[in-house]
Design a protein around this ligand. Sequence first.
Ligand SMILES: Cc1cc2nc3c(=O)[nH]c(=O)nc-3n(C[C@H](O)[C@H](O)[C@H](O)COP(=O)(O)OP(=O)(O)OC[C@H]3O[C@@H](n4cnc5c(N)ncnc54)[C@H](O)[C@@H]3O)c2cc1C
Length: 398
Amino acid sequence: MATTSTSAWPIAIAGAGPTGLALALALHRLCGAAVAPTVYDPALALPLPDGRAYALSAAAQALLARLGVLDRVPGQPIAGMTITDSRLADAVRPAYLRFEAGPEGPLGLMVEGAVLGAALRAACEEAGIALAAHGIREASPAAAATRLALDDGTEVPAALLVACDGARSRLREAAGIGWAGGPYRQQGVVATVLHALDHRGLAVQHFLPAGPFAVLPLRDGPDGAHRSSIVWTERDAEVRRVLALPPDAALAELEQRFGPERGAVSLAGPLSTFPLSVGLARRFVAPRLALVGDAAHEIHPLAGQGLNLALADVEALAGRIRESVGLGLDPGRPEVLRGYERDRRADAVAFAGLTDGLNRLFSNDRLPLRVLRDIGLGLVDRVPRAKSALARRAAGAA
Ligand SMILES: Cc1cc2nc3c(=O)[nH]c(=O)nc-3n(C[C@H](O)[C@H](O)[C@H](O)COP(=O)(O)OP(=O)(O)OC[C@H]3O[C@@H](n4cnc5c(N)ncnc54)[C@H](O)[C@@H]3O)c2cc1C
């Protein structure tokens, strides 16, 4: 492949999760006919799986709006958030820190993973983006192009391969890119919970000794039922114990952590579990390869920022590719890849460190640490500038 071309540059995207589909749409919007993205994922042949819900930052919402997707994703604005730090048996959980929506708008927008996934897929189909239900097994980069081997045995060329294949990225490993990090020995238990009382758009994060328990407001169901999504971080052994309980006993465990503020609770569906880890790719790029989203960085969900970081990666890489193809130059050249890595690595390192530190600080019951962190939370609550800086950061506005 030469450095200039009048035909479209083929760009292969591995992974039709939210990151891969958003990248395909961003390339289509920014580069038009100059690039021809194809999204490969064997899971495209399967129904959308996701029981998760995402808290989208202002920046992530703005990107999805530009991609024509936000209007298709009815969400619940987060009007406020309360943080508590208590033991499981404590009858009362005092609020140490409270955030409220300010002049910048809500603290975030809660959207359901399956709704977001369906909207992204529909937008890609309408834009005529090629979606292929095949996995990419490996890539052989050469000076002018990279050659991809698909799971069905066929081979296709691409000017650039973008690995959006998640935290256990096979393509990252095949490229010999190291991964720093490891498992937390905690799982994220996720479920949609129905409750009797209105949540009024409020989110709650209970820092319990085993890990954070987040209650995140969802839009009322079509039948008017009040709903919230929970992300319940728990040690591996305890998750195994709870999942083995009869449904009533498992619900009682959940209720004990959920608290009484929203009235009687029931489960809208099954509990799903996600093993939690922290990890950072040692490099985000290699010849004719870029890692984007969880393939480049995996963080603890306690701050709800994984997808927000991934969408910031999407924006940065699509911008770099647009610059290159706008000059008639190859989107897979080293300058594009180095620029993308420079744009995104510091942010990912900062978030991985921040969420890892918070998880270690809060996921334990040692008295000196409890006292220190509660003084810290109380101080932040009383210093308006620190509080609003934290709220802006969480909303992706700073
Ligand atoms: C419990 C929990 C709660 C979370 N809550 C939030 C939140 O509130 N806000 C937020 O911003 N983030 C949140 N996150 C993080 C968020 O879920 C992830 O950051 C996000 O899903 C990453 O998307 P992705 O597209 O990069 O990867 P994935 O969603 O993992 O998608 C990877 C895709 O790649 C495909 N694939 C794999 N291998 C190949 C291959 N070889 N070829 C082709 N395709 C392949 C897979 O089939 C899959 O579809 C949470 C995470 C967890 C675990």
